[in-house]
Write a protein that binds this ligand. Structure first.
Ligand code: ADP
Ligand code: MG
Length: 757
């Protein structure tokens, strides 16, 4: 860098003076000799902007100062040019600090300024030393009278200073921080923050935060606390951010369109960023946080809106379902549809008739009857002359769907086939031919459906069941099978609304709110390992009474370290114990034929006690199963437990679920009590989100989204998310400025791509 020919004005000093002048009410008392003279000395160009300051009225002065600030900002913009510069160019960042910052993922000045505090710490309470009570966290200010250094043990040295504020004396103590000895000077005044303890009548603060009196930066006010700063102290980071906010602040531009910002009553971006780092108090912090969270959610929703628009613009065929065939389907059902099932079918029909592809999420608690809605959607599609496909996450479920669909569609001119990974050779060829010629109307299977070589003649509808279990790859593959294919995603994991709006943001949602069979019939009991025998005694009683049920294990193989009784071992034991009941074993590694046989025998009652791993977690519908034992229940997630419980009492008959667990963590204990006490799937999902945090709940594919949210909180910010969504979709309709498209791409592009569909 070349050395400038003229000396740079002392920007920070000038800014300080402007600030002080404002705070003092524009009385020209910030500097001795007056503002104009001060500027004349340091920055003549600036002095010209406040010419005659001494004789101006307050209002005029305020205006003059605003102009001065604007000129200062303009200079800074010119000088510092961009927020995208490497972190080394930040003020106060040498190579050592830069290295630490980079470790935290802070590569540029912009990254630095958008490293937001998670919370504030209240250090604003100031007290005279004499008034301080035991246990209080306060700021005190006083002169250091004495310093002493005490070697307690070979590796324990403490520094103790006596602080005197005129009302009393307090001792500040640091352990093993020798550098403090040179930093803190006798006779000078400092302020200290920490928790005061009164010991033997002596007031003490251990390891207080301290700074020169009057600085009021790390003490004496509300202070931002940043997320983990490995190797870098909170104080250092705070100071670096402060300096660079002053330097680069003028380069922060608004992202939100003016209209959106005004309607939502949000702060300008620069103010919000300054406000989240250095707010006056909790209210100002929340106002700043709200703006930044909105911005983030808005950009994310805009990404989803744009993707939906692209999807719409690709176009699709407007299908014309045959009302006669749909009517025959509905009348042929062994039950009448619930109101929400009817509503969902109407939503779907409207989408299918529209000239763009459907993207709909069908959401409903376990047992709410999603399958029949999916079948209805297939009938509509097929009656309009297209093909449909249903993809299930496991072979067991695909097999079950195949049976159920065939039953539901009986009597209709629809040819149903199933394609599982295990279907090979001639059988596979026959199916594939039927598909490409259009003779097969409905294909049911696992992800094998969307592998290479599976060609549909005209795929009009893809139904994806229990979507959360799918990787992204399969959804990508699905997209390639048909252009403009309508998509219906079914989720039995009731996702909290915030998450639904984020993950399925571009989907329309139909919710099955009623249960066809009211679900108040399943009793959940949480028992300790020591009472396992009692549980199996109860199992015996139920089996003798002719009942049918499951015992679920978290893993397949014995794993001694984790102290799990594996399914196989239990199977051997229990088949010896209850040979008369028919005991079966089910797990993911059984050959497909064997799986099918076991499920069939369980359905028919030849097997009445099914020992299984979690392969039966989702969707399995054996209506007369009435009991469930979950071994090592603490190893399951809350939603997973709820899913498992959904396997029993499916016809409204009373049923019982035993969760056997001695949880060793607080989190697991919370999970199990929630499981025992909450029946409603949506409340379970919310509780799950609360216990685990969003990232964990959503799995890796979706995690990308959530980890990119720096400010927004998916639990608390529902209403903010809803308004952000509304504004984003509105803007997408009206036209999105290029800079916003670029910003969406920059922040969420990768995550959006990875989410597929
Ligand atoms: P899920 O939404 O969990 O996939 P299913 O579609 O498997 O639920 O339906 C659960 C059970 O409820 C099935 O046995 C199904 O036949 C039955 N069912 C679905 N809709 C109705 C209805 N309207 N009236 C009565 N029973 C219904
Ligand atoms: Mg289902």
């Amino acid at each position: 860098m070349s050395t400038p020919t003229t000396k740079e004005p002392p920007w920070e000093l000038i800014e300080k003076v402007i600030g002080l002048e404002r705070r003092k009410g524009f009385r020209d008392q910030a500097v001795i000799g007056g503002l104009e003279a001060f500027l004349e000395l340091h920055w003549p160009e600036g002095a010209a902007l406040v010419r005659g300051y001494a004789s101006m009225g307050t209002e005029e002065r305020e205006k003059a100062l605003a102009q001065l600030q604007e000129a200062l900002d303009a200079r800074k913009r010119e000088k510092f040019r961009s927020l995208a510069v490497p972190i080394e160019e930040a003020a106060g960042v040498g190579s050592k600090v830069a290295k630490l910052l980079r470790k935290l993922g802070i590569e540029t000045v912009e990254d630095l300024l958008t490293t937001f505090p998670r919370r504030l710490e209240d250090r604003s309470q100031r007290k005279a030393i004499i008034e301080v009570q035991d246990g209080e966290a306060v700021t005190v200010q006083g002169v250091v009278r004495t310093k002493s250094r005490i070697k307690v043990r070979p590796r324990l040295e403490l520094i103790k200073v006596a602080v005197d504020d005129g009302t009393g004396v307090l001792f500040a103590i640091w352990f093993n921080q020798p550098w403090i000895w040179d930093e803190i000077e006798q006779g000078k005044e400092y302020s200290f923050f920490g928790k005061v303890q009164i010991r033997f009548g002596e007031r003490q603060i251990e390891n207080p935060i301290w700074e020169l009196a009057g600085k009021d930066f790390h003490t004496g006010r509300w202070v931002p606390i940043y997320p983990s700063t490995e190797g870098l102290s909170q104080g250092t980071l705070r100071a670096i951010i402060k300096r660079n906010l002053a330097r680069f602040g003028p380069l922060i531009e608004d992202l939100l369109p003016e209209g959106v910002r005004k309607r939502q009553k949000l702060l300008p971006r620069r103010k919000a960023i300054a406000g989240i780092h250095f707010p006056e108090g909790p209210e100002a912090f929340e106002a700043a946080r709200r703006t930044l969270a909105f911005e983030e959610l808005f950009l994310l929703q805009l990404g989803l809106a744009l993707r939906k628009k692209r999807w719409h613009d690709e176009g699709g065929k407007a299908l014309r379902p045959d009302p006669e065939m749909v009517r025959r389907f509905i009348e042929g059902l062994p039950f009448s549809l619930t109101e929400s099932q009817r509503r969902a079918l109407r939503d779907i029909e409207r989408d299918l008739r529209a000239p763009y592809p459907m993207m709909r999420l069908l959401q409903g608690d376990v047992g709410s009857g999603k399958t029949v809605v999916a079948a209805g959607a297939c009938v509509m599609t097929i009656s309009a002359g297209s093909q449909a496909a249903v993809m299930a996450p496991t072979e067991i479920l695909a097999e079950q769907h195949f049976l159920v669909f065939r039953q539901l569609l009986r009597g209709l001119p629809i040819r149903v086939e199933r394609l599982l990974g295990s279907v090979r050779g001639k059988e596979r060829e026959r199916i594939l031919e039927g598909l490409s010629s259009g003779e097969v109307d409905l294909l049911i299977g696992t992800h094998a459906l969307f592998q290479e070589g599976v060609e549909f003649k005209d795929l009009g509808l893809a139904v994806i069941d229990e979507q959360h279990r799918f990787g992204v790859v399969q959804r990508e593959a699905l997209k390639k099978k048909g252009k403009g294919t309508n998509i219906l995603v079914m989720s039995a994991t009731p996702i909290p609304r915030t998450v639904a709006l984020t993950l399925y943001g571009e989907f329309s949602v139909s919710i099955l709110t009623e249960m066809p069979i009211p679900k108040k019939n399943v009793r959940t009991v949480w028992v300790s390992e020591s009472r396992r025998e009692e549980v199996y005694g109860e199992v015996e009683r139920l089996l003798r009474a002719g009942e049918k049920g499951y015992v679920i294990f978290p893993l397949v193989e014995e794993s001694e370290e984790m102290d799990l009784r594996a399914a196989t071992v239990a199977y051997e034991e229990l088949s010896k114990r209850f040979p008369w009941a028919g005991v079966g074993l089910m797990h993911g590694r059984l050959p497909p034929e064997e799986k099918r046989r076991v499920m069939e025998e369980f359905r028919q009652g030849k097997i009445r006690l099914l020992i299984s791993t979690t392969v039966v977690e989702v969707g399995v519908d054996v209506p007369d199963a009435t009991f469930l034992v979950i071994e090592h229940a603490d190893r399951f997630g809350l939603s997973q437990l709820h899913q498992l419980r959904g396997r029993i009492g499916r016809q409204g008959q009373s049923a019982v679920c035993y969760a056997i667990a001695d949880p060793s963590t607080e989190e697991a204990r919370r999970r199990l009590s929630a499981f025992r006490d909450i029946e409603d799937g949506f409340r379970i999902a919310e509780e799950d989100l609360r216990i685990r945090g969003p990232g964990d709940l959503l799995g890796t594919a979706q995690h990308g989204f959530v980890s990119r949210l720096k400010v927004a909180d998916l639990i608390r910010d529902l209403s903010l998310l809803e308004s952000a969504r509304e504004e984003a979709f509105r803007l997408a309709r009206e036209g999105v400025p290029g800079y916003l498209v670029a910003e969406v791409e920059r922040r969420f592009g990768e995550a959006l791509d990875r989410l597929g569909v």
